[in-house]
Design a protein around this ligand. Structure first.
Ligand code: SF4
Length: 60
């Protein structure tokens, strides 16, 4: 499995809270843009989909 970012669901107007919950630093954000997932680093822990209230991060 992998994490899919759905930019249309992200208001892109705030620091992404999910970046802080990722235990391996797989999520990055440039400015207030929607975050990006480094598939090489992601261990599929499932924390970021739960931490995004907008549902912008989903298990693919
Ligand atoms: S599933 Fe876990 S490891 Fe992967 S990007 Fe989300 S928080 Fe990071």
């Amino acid at each position: 499995m992998a994490i899919k970012v759905i930019p249309q669901r992200c208001p892109q107007n705030h620091p992404c809270p999910s970046v802080r919950v990722c235990p391996v630093g797989a999520l990055t954000q440039v400015g207030h843009n929607a975050p990006q997932v480094d598939e090489e680093k992601c261990i599929d822990c499932g924390r970021c989909p739960r931490s995004c209230p907008m549902g912008a991060l989903q298990k693919a």
